[in-house]
Design a protein. Structure first.
Length: 209
C-alpha cells in the first residue's frame, strides 16, 4: 500500500519523459551529438533540460511586461479557429488550468445525489443554477446544476445533471476532500476538523439532511 502509489507515479513519470524525449528529438539529437555520449539516459536528461528551458522561457515571457497574457490569448485564438482542434484544445486547457493552478472555484459545493439508481448515492459538485427555461419545462422552481464525475479521474468525464434541490444532499466536505474521495475510489477522505478521523457514514449524513 505504501510502495504502490510511488511505483505508479514513477511509471507515469518515466512514460511522460520517454514520450517527450522522442518529441524533442530534433533538438535533443544535435545537443547529444555535441556531448559525444549516445546513452539513452543522457538523451532523456537532455530532453528534460530542453523542456524545462522552454517552459521557463515561455513562462518568463508571459509574466513579463512585454508579454503579459498576449501569448496565451494569441494561442487560444489560434486554436479556436482550427476546426476539430478547438474541441480538443479548449477542454484540455481548462483541465490544465484547474489542475496546475488549483482552480476549483467552478465547484461551489460538494453534494450527494441518488445515482445511478434508487438507494445508490454518488458524490457530485454543484457548479451553477440551470437556465430558467429548464425550470419552466420541468415545473421546478428551485433547481441546481451539478457535475457528477467519473472516477478515478474527476476531470476527464462525467455527467451534467439539473436537479431539484430537494433531491440533493449537501455534504460538509471541501471541494478538495470530495475530489480526494473520488480519486481514491472512495477510500481516502481527509477531514482536518473531524474528531479522531472517524470515517463519515453516508447513511448518517442522509438522515441528518
Amino acid at each position: 500500500m505504501i510502495v504502490l502509489p510511488v511505483l505508479i507515479t514513477a511509471v507515469l513519470f518515466l512514460f511522460i519523459v520517454n514520450f517527450l524525449s522522442q518529441l524533442l528529438n530534433p533538438l535533443v539529437i544535435p545537443i547529444q551529438e555535441g556531448t559525444g555520449d549516445a546513452s539513452p539516459l543522457v538523451s532523456k536528461l537532455i530532453a528534460m533540460g530542453v523542456l524545462s528551458a522552454i517552459i521557463l522561457l515561455v513562462g518568463g515571457f508571459t509574466e513579463s511586461r512585454v508579454g503579459g497574457d498576449r501569448l496565451k490569448q494569441s494561442l487560444d485564438a489560434l486554436m479556436a479557429q482550427i476546426p476539430g482542434i478547438r474541441s480538443i484544445y479548449s477542454p484540455l486547457d481548462q483541465i490544465s488550468t484547474m489542475l496546475l493552478e488549483g482552480d476549483t472555484q467552478n465547484f461551489q459545493d460538494v453534494v450527494l445525489v441518488e445515482f445511478p439508481s434508487d438507494g445508490s448515492y454518488s458524490i457530485a459538485f454543484q457548479t451553477s443554477h440551470p437556465p430558467e427555461m429548464i425550470e419552466r419545462k420541468t415545473d421546478e422552481e428551485d433547481m441546481i446544476t451539478v457535475f457528477l464525475p467519473m472516477g478515478p479521474n474527476p476531470f476527464m468525464g462525467g455527467f451534467i445533471l439539473h436537479m431539484s434541490e430537494e433531491e440533493v444532499y449537501r455534504l460538509d466536505l471541501t471541494v478538495e476532500e470530495g475530489i480526494s474521495s473520488i480519486i481514491s475510489f472512495g477510500v481516502a477522505v481527509e477531514i482536518d476538523d473531524h474528531p479522531d478521523d472517524v470515517p463519515i457514514n453516508v447513511d448518517d449524513v442522509i438522515k441528518d439532511e
